[in-house]
Design a protein around this ligand. Structure first.
Ligand code: NAP
Ligand code: ZN
Length: 349
């Protein structure tokens, strides 16, 4: 075991504070990473505040991790000391079940292990995330960072990026497709960038009139204000694919009404009870209402390579570790454009 500085919470109603945690000794297939940057996902605050009733304390959040390899186990072949690497929302799974064989490790039949607030498969010890100086991760769950991706801005790709990439790819976002993204936050802004880089016609659906110009700068062709009833009526049955990133419970009905014939609306944001929906809305146009959870390792690597090739990078506000509580409060008040990223070199200060 080796001690590592981290920031975390000790209960659901207290601020994040500095703490010391233990990382395991390297197993043969482990990679040790010095964390350079970690993105701040809305899920971090949901988890810390026990919104999903699954929280384990003390908790060190963070699942958008980029850094450099500092040591490798004896059996590691895909990463070497000094390599730029990344870790997303998972650090282990069985790698033997049908879901893992299909490269959907997040749906592992024996339980994927989350980067934090989860338990190691063999020891049952709680996992601790990226708000820390170092992490030890099984080789399969460590991604390669293409050298042309700027590490200072790339961290949010590991959750926000893959969570949008996965449904965009699965449902063929591309030329000739009308795609709408609901909610211009961390996930949503990556949705706009990725869908437009894939060649789709992209509409940003937002509650914030002030974000309209930003949405266009990010690559949206159109902006639709969801609080404008006339504009919403005019957009009825318009979109082949809608991705809804709203982070709280809400009525999806108004968005379902915007789905075109045989189109889909994908809920990725609200991990909550949703307001009832009239099934007639789904019968009409043969609409599908589906969910999507992050993405597997192969898809995540594909997304990183695509982002490197097309220079798709998140818009980040880089902060010091000590500013994390203010950053969380601002994120919850919808005041971030569009992702906070912690510069981990500030942790020891
Ligand atoms: P975020 O940065 O806070 O962005 C959410 C956006 O949703 C806001 O910027 C806002 O956009 C809109 N919004 C907020 N409150 C709203 C409300 N009451 N009604 C309508 N719109 C509202 O959050 P995020 O980091 O993108 O995360 C979004 C959600 O995805 C979180 O709940 C997170 O836990 C979840 N998540 C899911 C997965 C998955 O695998 N499915 C992965 C990661 C995260 P406008 O101002 O444009 O309206
Ligand atoms: Zn996340």
């Amino acid at each position: 075991m080796s001690a590592t500085l981290a920031y975390g919470v000790t209960a659901d109603n207290v601020p994040l504070t500095r703490m010391l945690i233990q990382r395991r000794e390297l197993r043969p297939d482990d990679v040790e990473i010095a964390i350079a940057y970690c993105g701040v996902c809305h899920s971090d605050a949901h988890m810390a505040h026990n919104d999903w009733k699954t929280s384990i304390y003390p908790m060190v959040p963070g699942h958008e991790i980029v850094g450099h390899v500092t040591a490798v186990g004896s059996a590691v072949t895909s990463h070497a000391v000094g390599d730029a690497v990344a870790v997303g929302c998972m650090v282990d799974s069985c790698l033997r079940c049908a879901a893992c064989a299909d490269h959907e490790e997040q749906h592992c039949e024996n339980g994927a292990v989350g980067t934090y607030n989860s338990r190691e498969r063999d020891t049952g010890k709680p996992t601790a995330g990226g708000y820390s100086q170092r992490i030890v991760v099984r080789e399969h769950f460590v991604l390669s960072m293409p050298s042309s991706l700027d590490l200072r801005h790339a961290a949010p790709l590991l959750c926000a990026g893959i969570t949008l990439w996965s449904p965009l790819r699965r449902f063929d976002a591309g030329p000739g497709k009308r795609v709408a993204i609901v909610g211009l936050g961390g996930l949503g802004h990556m949705g706009v960038k990725l869908a437009s880089a894939l060649g789709a016609e992209v509409t940003m659906i937002t509650t914030s009139p002030s974000k309209g110009e930003d949405a266009k700068a990010l690559g949206a062709h159109h902006v639709l204000l969801s609080t404008d009833p006339e504009a919403m009526t005019a957009a009825a049955s318009r979109f082949d694919l809608i991705i809804d990133t709203i982070p709280v419970t809400h009525d999806v009905g108004p968005y379902v009404g915007l789905v075109a014939r045989n189109g889909k609306i994908v809920v990725v944001g609200a991990i909550e009870v949703l307001a009832p929906i009239h099934a007639g809305m789904l019968l009409r146009n043969h609409r599908s209402l589906v969910g999507s959870a992050i993405g597997g390792l192969a898809a995540t690597q594909e997304m990183l390579n695509f982002c490197a090739e097309h220079q798709v990078l998140p818009n980040c506000e880089v902060i010091a570790m000590q500013d994390i509580n203010t950053a969380w409060a601002r994120m919850q008040a919808n005041d971030v454009r569009y992702r906070f990223v912690i510069d981990m070199s500030t942790l020891a200060a």
